[in-house]
Design a protein around this ligand. Structure first.
Ligand code: SF4
Length: 415
């Protein structure tokens, strides 16, 4: 594509505020890690973060670090270091990039915030609702630092969330409390947990509203914007900063809708993206879609941080439900109905499935779902082969050509 043909989507003004609160988050963790002023818990991205905040921990999310390694394109260079230790190139490339970065002594936090290394965990807390890789990932650091590793084992591949799932998860969560109290030195207080869950609920409602702005025609934001602006929903939920931020972002997007301001000028087509982002190629893909006047307006990935079930009146049960209702936990029949609802609501013209080589958990194209969705909704589908972080698994030329041909197909459909 000639330079002159390259188009970028319209920038979101709230981005500078988001950068500031994310910087404060990382700088705070760095300080606490250095002076020991506060205990640090590592938590999986859809783990029981509310419980950790209620027990006084500051919370660090390694998957966010994995995504930063991907977005800065450091990952592909670092993954081989973990492979050489015995972590297969076929397993989660967040894990291999993160452990590779640790053994090589580097982090994207240095360039972004002047932080030398990731904050050391006092305790590691996982939830297997998304995959087993997170448990193995955290186990590496538990051995390395000789700190406690605790976790929740969620029922997976389920259709409906049953009462016995919730009862089991509540008892697993409660059984972690003595270990967490011992590490933090803070006594568990149910009222504090209620306050944190209330903040998470507010954050999740606002994040849903932000994403639902994408249903407007033309859409005021893109999937690529959402992958950046989801940062606070991932790492700051349960804290007031996330709530304040999404109020500001939402106001800006509503203003765009009122004034028919499109994220992509001349929006012609609207796409649903299923699967992980290709972090190292976000900008290139965003520019390609902009040039094709096509907006990826909705995704499974970004909506995975909507937790409708949070309820401060029943904090444990509602957390158990919120972290089990997730798309990734469910069977294909649930996933297909879920996608259909979003696709209809967002006036989607075509679906792209990203088959991420190292994340089967977030790749839904391997058991005939694209064909079923094509037939069910009479929409064109495309499968893009790639990876979240390991760019050795991604053929840029092939993806570009396939996306171009896919959009031509949409052009023909419109007539
Ligand atoms: S869900 Fe996928 S990307 Fe996320 S931690 Fe698990 S294997 Fe890695």
């Amino acid at each position: 594509m000639a330079e002159s043909e390259k188009k970028q989507s319209k920038q979101i003004a709230a981005t500078s505020m988001m950068k500031k609160i994310m910087a404060d988050h990382f700088l705070g963790l760095d300080q606490e890690s250095k002076d020991g002023s506060r205990k640090i818990a590592w938590c999986t991205s859809v783990g029981p973060a509310e419980l950790l905040h209620a027990l006084g921990f500051d919370v660090y999310y390694p998957e966010n670090h994995g995504a930063m390694l991907g977005a800065t394109r450091m990952a592909t260079e670092l993954i081989p270091a973990a492979n050489a230790m015995g972590y297969s190139p076929d397993i989660c490339s967040y894990l291999t990039a993160d452990i590779g970065a640790y053994v090589k002594g580097c982090t994207p936090l240095t360039k972004a915030y002047g932080i030398e290394k990731v904050p050391k965990a006092d305790v590691l807390v996982y939830n297997t609702n998304q995959c087993r890789d997170v448990q193995d990932w955290f186990a590496y650091y538990a051995r390395e630092w000789n700190v406690p590793l605790v976790g929740i084992h969620t029922h997976r591949n389920i259709q409906a969330v049953e009462d016995y799932h919730i009862a089991d998860l509540v008892s697993q969560m409660k059984s972690m409390i003595p270990v967490l109290e011992e590490v933090s030195g803070v006594k568990f207080d149910i009222d504090r947990l209620r306050e944190v869950v209330a903040l998470s609920l507010e954050c999740t409602k606002l994040w849903r509203e932000v994403l639902e702005c994408g249903a407007a025609v033309p859409a005021p934001l893109t999937f690529f914007d959402a992958t950046i602006h989801m940062g606070p929903a991932v790492v700051l939920r349960g804290l007031p900063q996330a709530v304040e931020y999404y109020k500001i972002l939402l106001a800006e997007l509503k203003d765009r809708i009122a004034n028919k301001v499109a994220a992509i000028e001349g929006e012609k087509h609207r796409i649903y993206w299923d699967g992980m982002p290709i972090w190292g190629k976000l900008r290139d893909l965003s520019n390609q879609f902009s040039s094709l006047k096509t907006n990826v307006v909705a995704s499974t990935y970004c909506s995975s941080w909507i937790f409708d079930a949070f309820d401060p009146k029943s904090p444990f049960e509602s957390m158990a439900r919120a972290y089990t209702e997730l798309f990734i936990v469910r069977d294909d029949s649930y996933k297909e109905a879920y996608m259909e609802a979003w696709i209809k609501k967002f006036s989607i013209d075509g679906i792209i499935f990203h088959d991420a080589k190292t994340c089967p958990n977030n790749s839904n194209s391997r058991y005939m779902m694209p064909q079923r969705m094509r037939d069910r909704l009479n929409l064109p589908v495309l499968v893009v082969n790639g990876d979240l972080n390991d760019l050795r698994c991604y053929s840029e030329e092939q993806a570009k050509t396939n996306i171009e041909a896919f959009v031509e197909q949409l052009d023909e459909k419109v007539g």
